[in-house]
Design a protein around this ligand. Structure first.
Ligand code: AMP
Length: 394
């Protein structure tokens, strides 16, 4: 596989798949610019090497051409992060793109509209990929966070280029994953949180072959608790996934992996920061109340396992950390991972929300490795070659 440092970009147009899928606040401002900053070294490298850059990314999960998820909202902050002018094109394929691309000069930067405005992106459609490929001479993938997806811009597109390579961010991310895979010190503990159990169950199943302990927090814990007959009140849960949760328990037992679920939770009457709260047993949450954070007993239990670990992987918050009333559990886990790191453990934290949490608690620089990708990080740790990486190799 080639890297940007192996290619001469002089007078060439680099079509770069970046991961600018950043969180937006209610005013459509970028709430966390880490992913934009993470792409800067590759963009700088190409420009310093005499090339021009055409940036392409997705943003959120639009249903059609949803202007709320237009990349125009992130233009200003992209310019600020890159300290350069960036021209936004309100499409990602077609005549407007062709005109703009033919006019760019070395040093120029274009940013195309949200790739997911076309369903060909997610489908990995050949025709759409070919159209997209017309926007550059060299294909560069620097979107680590999407390399686990077989989408048009991350995978199918590569075959339409003679020159293709990985960007500097992708290189750095792959190196840190290799570090975990090659010199994996045991015990290994994975901490998984976040809201959606459905999106993480396949990863959790596969992770069971790589870890000794699995700590499950966040909204996804309630589906696991429910699968064991627990009463979770109005907590977020996906009842159609309880069967798969039971399979996870079975497989963990077979492999000798210890799974820790929250024992107690901070339950709230309403999904808001000012709501009345109480500490509840995680499997006896009153009707109408919802668990929005892990409780103090759980913090202690999770901390004990984390301190006994030599390799720690973390993806997903332990509660609704965006609201101060429900951020304590995520903060406690972050502090615990930092302490274990100080004592010699290797820690790898990935995913937009976990990274945002580390920033919120000023702990960003106290982790061994912070990855921009959540799903991609976890899938690489299973030892898989991700579709986006395979595409650069063929
Ligand atoms: P995900 O995209 O699945 O990683 O989920 C991240 C989101 O999960 C964050 O925005 C959290 O606010 C949310 N979250 C974490 N714990 C809970 C919970 N107990 N109930 C509802 N949402 C939660």
């Amino acid at each position: 596989m080639k890297f940007v440092t192996d290619i001469n970009f002089k007078n060439k147009k680099a079509l770069i798949r970046v991961d600018f899928n950043v969180p937006l606040d209610s005013h459509k401002n970028v709430a966390d610019n880490s992913r934009i900053l993470a792409a800067k070294p590759t963009i700088e490298h190409i420009i310093n090497n005499g090339g021009a850059c055409v940036l392409m990314s997705h943003l959120g999960r639009p249903n059609g051409q949803d202007q709320n998820l237009s990349l125009k909202h992130i233009l200003k902050q992209t310019q600020e992060c890159l300290s350069r002018e960036v021209v936004f094109i309100s499409d990602c394929i077609g005549p407007e793109v062709a005109r703009a691309v033919s006019a760019i000069k070395p040093g120029d930067i274009l940013m195309l509209e949200n790739l997911r405005f076309y369903d060909g992106e997610i489908k990995g459609d050949e025709k759409f990929s070919k159209e997209l490929s017309k926007a550059g001479d060299v294909y560069v993938n620097d979107a680590f966070g999407t390399t686990h997806r077989e989408h048009a811009s991350t995978s199918t597109i590569a075959k339409f280029f003679i020159e293709k390579c990985a960007g500097l961010l992708l290189k750095k991310e792959l190196e840190s994953i290799d570090k975990v895979l090659v010199s994996k010190k045991q015990p290994v503990t994975a901490i998984i949180g976040g809201a959606k159990v459905s999106s993480k169950i396949p990863i959790i199943k596969n992770l069971l072959s790589a870890v000794d302990n699995l700590l499950i927090g966040g909204g996804m814990a309630y589906t696991f608790i429910k699968s064991q007959g627990g009463e979770v009140g109005a907590s977020i849960s996906e009842p159609d996934k309880t069967g798969e949760c039971l399979e996870v328990f079975k497989e963990a037992e077979r492999r000798g992996v210890s799974i820790l679920l929250p024992k107690d939770v901070i339950a709230a009457e309403e999904f808001k920061n000012e709501s009345e709260t109480k500490i509840a047993n995680s499997n006896k949450i009153s009707e109408g109340w919802m668990g929005l954070d892990i409780g103090p007993e759980t913090e202690k239990a999770f901390n004990k396992t984390i301190q006994e670990s030599q390799t720690i992987l973390w993806n997903g918050p332990m509660g609704v950390f965006e609201m101060n009333s429900f951020s304590k559990g995520t903060k406690a886990v972050a502090e615990s991972v930092v302490e274990a790191t100080k004592n010699g453990a290797f820690s790898l934290v990935g995913g937009g929300d976990s990274v945002a949490a580390l920033k919120k608690f000023n702990l960003f620089n106290k982790i061994s490795c912070v990855s921009t990708g959540g799903g991609a990080m976890l899938e690489s740790l299973e030892g898989k070659t991700l579709p986006g990486i395979k595409a650069l190799r063929t």
